[in-house]
Design a protein around this ligand. Structure first.
Ligand SMILES: [Zn+2]
Length: 160
């Protein structure tokens, strides 16, 4: 790594730490030529995930978007931010592992819904309603019905 001041390639690392997110390592280096200090960053190279929207437009996958959608869906549920972040990490890894450069946004939506279904029924329905934008209200209603039916079977419904 070339010194930005004198161009020497000889330097030593004097401090090395990982960022809070754990995806970047920041290194403080000291040039052996001029003794000045500079910083380098190292991160894993990940190809960006591109989503194909319903109208064919492309949009890059945004962790933050998914996370804020989940937070809204999980409002007042007993689900920690850590759990949600883990959820998004897992989702992102799954998407990376498909090896596809472009993924239909509907596929991502379905994945989120499936994972959320396992996590929390109420959050799932909330997310589903936002995700589908009430375009197919009948599907939404039938999902609600199914959900209440399952709850009744499980004996979780209110006895009175
Ligand atoms: Zn230097």
């Amino acid at each position: 790594m070339k010194c930005p001041y004198c161009g020497s390639v000889d330097n030593k690392v004097i401090d090395s730490r990982m960022t809070k997110e754990g995806d970047t390592v920041r290194r403080r280096r000291e040039c052996l030529g001029c003794e000045r200090r500079f910083t380098t960053y190292e991160r894993v190279e990940q190809p960006p995930i591109v989503l194909i929207k319903k109208d064919g437009r492309r949009e890059s996958f945004s962790r933050n978007k998914v996370l804020s959608g989940l937070q809204k869906a999980c409002e007042k549920r007993n689900i920690s931010i850590n759990t949600l972040e883990q959820f998004v990490d897992e989702l992102e890894r799954e998407l990376q592992e498909t090896g596809e450069k472009e993924i239909p946004s509907t596929v991502v939506g379905e994945r989120v819904m499936n994972k959320l279904h396992e996590l929390d029924d109420v959050a799932y329905v909330r997310f589903a309603s936002v995700y589908r934008e009430f375009k197919d209200i009948n599907d939404f209603m039938s999902e609600l019905k199914d959900l209440f039916a399952t709850r009744a079977e499980k004996g979780q419904g209110n006895a009175n």
